[in-house]
Design a protein around this ligand. Structure first.
Ligand SMILES: C[S@@+](CC[C@H](N)C(=O)[O-])C[C@H]1O[C@@H](n2cnc3c(N)ncnc32)[C@H](O)[C@@H]1O
Length: 261
């Protein structure tokens, strides 16, 4: 509680924290969203990756085992508990498969996803990661932990991290992208419906028909369901750690023979 109050008084955090509190009053559609996600979740991470590229999946296994080992070791050196990570196997796999020039992610926390992206970009020999985050205000001096797992990566020069919160960071990232568009997008920050809508609005001009987008925790509300209806694109839902993530924009990756929506 002490840390929450101290962080609240940092002027640049004040408005983000107040917005977060207000978002708690948004309509709760989690029950319907969870039911829909569960019904439409057809693959595990492994099945999904193998469907796209069996050989690549087998190739990356040793890399993802090392990512997990390194991350767990570094986390064991900390005396605070940081939140859980995203589906680093899927993120590593898709980065190796798509060989993106530009990745944008929202939500860094300890940095499982950032670590996976940076390692895969390093292996690809090209590409840049743009990340947006906001400090966990329940911790003392929370800024020091953001991206902790990825901070030693040798190619972190290809990493732009903005921790002012999505409302500020995403327009900044969009400006930095200039004429470039986003090849791979991972949403794992503010889980509210309005937070997701706002980020997509702010990044809209940088997203095109080839952008592959991954949304974590789609069981929290109906945003992903509504997005699939609006975009009329193939999508896939994967169960991960008893939660669901949605991947959309995969038309060009998936052979029509497969039963993906
Ligand atoms: C689930 S964690 C991200 C996990 C990370 N992707 C990983 O794989 O390790 C969510 C992160 O989003 C951040 N966050 C929450 N609201 C945010 C906002 N409005 N803008 C930016 N980041 C936000 C949280 O502080 C936290 O660091």
């Amino acid at each position: 509680m002490k840390n929450i109050i101290l962080n609240l008084f940092k002027l640049n955090y004040f408005f983000v924290i107040i917005k977060k509190v207000l978002k708690r009053f948004e309509k709760n559609t989690s029950e319907e969203a969870k039911k829909w996600a569960k019904l439409n979740a057809k693959f595990t991470t492994e099945e999904f990756c193998k469907l796209i590229d069996l050989q690549l999946y087998n190739e990356i296994l040793s890399d993802v085992i090392l990512i997990e080992k390194d991350a767990k070791y570094r986390l064991s050196k900390l005396n605070v508990t940081l939140g859980g990570g995203g589906n680093f196997i899927l993120l590593y796999f898709l980065t190796r498969k798509l060989k993106p020039n530009v990745i944008v992610e929202t939500g860094v926390a300890a940095g499982w996803s950032s670590l996976a992206f940076l390692r895969a970009l390093n292996k690809n020999g090209k590409g840049k990661l743009y990340s947006s985050d906001f400090p966990y205000f329940r911790l003392e001096k929370p800024e020091q932990y953001i991206g902790y797992l990825a901070k030693n990566e040798i190619n972190k020069i290809n990493w732009f991290l903005d921790i002012r919160g999505d409302d500020v960071a995403i327009p900044e990232i969009s400006k930095r992208l200039g004429e470039n568009h986003v090849d791979l997008f991972h949403y794992d920050s503010d889980k509210s419906y309005s937070g997701r809508v706002k980020v997509l609005e702010n990044l809209n001009s940088k997203i095109n028909s080839k952008t592959v987008m991954i949304f974590d925790d789609i069981q929290d509300n109906l945003h992903f369901k509504n997005l699939t209806e609006k975009m009329k694109e193939k999508y896939c839902i994967i169960e991960f750690n008893k939660k669901y993530l949605g991947v959309i924009g995969i038309n060009f990756l998936i052979n029509d023979r497969y039963e993906i929506r």
